[in-house]
Design a protein around this ligand. Structure first.
Ligand SMILES: [Zn+2]
Length: 391
């Protein structure tokens, strides 16, 4: 109970800024002595500090307290296909420092562990942050993760990785509490805590990059389902006889509306004689080229991206009917290059939604951009301070 109240009080400071004990007690519906005791402990541990005095409501002026943003820090790590990012975040979600590391040539897990450790060392030296003030490390990885044990299972984008106990390897190396989570879940958490999802408790986060994935926040907490694959909306079937997906099924949302689907559609159209000054050779089109063509406003790619956006909207409608989130947050490289994707898919989804649902769900663009994963990785650590979960 004490832990739960402590988290509740800290979260009020995080959201509302400086407060006096009486106001905290009133808002948190706790007794004055209980709040007073918790605040005293938090001041002693350095997490809270005295801000000054507030306005008097008759008697003595009350002492105002606030979070000490530099009391403790969280490390966020984003492991992606081409780079590792390591960042140090303070209690007010400001980055005090970040390092970008090119993914090691030999892609074995140990090389990643060594690089993360070296990156954190450099950060600590550069920022002068005392190592004892680091609360823990959250790691985002592109692939299936058992977040209980922190084991990563054969991520398709990281060849050379089998079943890797990443959490225990990092904890041994760093002597720091580590949490490991799949990238889409982490990005969902990042948007919930510090991005487009801050005002919602039920969120569906969807990313559209080369593939399509997602993460679910239900009742303010990450939903992991029975195993660790919840939120994989990219493999919802949209077309029974559609093209074959990497997963072996046909007509998945991912094979119709993702970045790689768009690459395939551009190739098909050019082979059929469509004109595009961007792609002289249909056999050599990469996802990056398509993103560039979108940014430049190439009409063929734009038309096909609009088509993909409508299909995404149809897929979203099914998922919204199942979960009725307050907010759907759409992120990833494709909507970043083609922002219309959000509006087109939102219109299409709403067209298909039960009218009772339609006005209750907001569909919006993510707002942390490529930072949603590293931010969410740090939030995995901060979450323990500001929320209480029965585990
Ligand atoms: Zn599939």
């Amino acid at each position: 109970m004490r832990k739960m109240n402590r988290a509740k009080i800290l979260d009020m400071f995080r959201r509302k800024g400086p407060m006096a004990v009486a106001d905290l007690a009133h808002e948190a519906k706790l007794t004055f002595p209980a709040v007073s005791r918790i605040v005293k402990e938090l001041v002693e541990s350095g997490i809270l500090q005295v801000k000054g005095v507030g306005a008097s409501s008759g008697g003595r002026k009350p002492t105002l307290y606030e979070l000490n943003p530099q009391a403790v820090f969280a490390v966020g790590v984003d492991v992606s296909v081409d780079e590792i990012r390591v960042g140090l975040m303070d209690l007010e979600a400001r980055w005090v420092g970040q390092e970008r590391i090119k993914v090691p040539e030999r892609g074995e897990p140990q090389a990643f562990v060594d690089n993360i450790a070296a990156g954190l060392d450099r950060l600590v030296q550069k920022t002068g942050v005392n190592g004892s003030r680091i609360l823990g490390m959250g790691v985002s990885v592109p692939g299936p993760v058992d977040s209980e044990s922190g084991t990563v299972f054969h991520p398709p984008n990281l060849p050379g990785w089998g079943e890797v106990p990443l959490k225990s390897r990092l904890e041994e190396e760093l002597r720091l509490a580590v949490k490991v989570e799949k990238d889409a879940n982490v990005a969902a958490l990042g948007e919930k805590w510090f991005g487009a999802g801050q005002d919602a408790d039920h969120i569906l986060y969807v990313f559209v990059g080369e593939g399509i994935g997602g993460g679910l926040i239900l009742g303010g907490l990450l939903y992991r389902g029975a195993g660790f694959g919840a939120g994989e909306i990219g493999h919802a079937t949209l077309d029974l006889d559609g093209p074959r997906c990497n997963c072996g099924n046909h007509g998945c949302l991912e094979v119709l509306a993702s970045g790689l689907a768009l690459v395939r559609r551009v190739r098909e159209e050019i082979r059929r004689g469509a004109e595009s000054s961007f792609f002289p050779d249909p056999d050599r089109i990469l996802f990056g080229d398509v993103l560039l063509a979108l940014k430049e406003g190439d009409p063929l790619v734009k038309r096909l991206a609009e088509e993909a956006s409508r299909l995404l909207g149809i897929g979203l409608a099914s998922v919204i009917h199942a979960f009725l989130p307050q907010k759907v947050v759409i992120g990833g490289k494709l909507p970043q290059a083609f922002p219309d994707m959000v509006e087109i898919s939102a219109l299409k989804a709403k067209e298909r939604l039960n009218p009772v649902f339609r006005d209750r769900v907001k569909i919006e663009a993510a707002n942390l951009g490529e930072d949603s994963t590293i931010t969410g990785a740090a939030a995995l650590v901060l979450e323990d301070l500001f929320t209480f979960q029965w585990r």
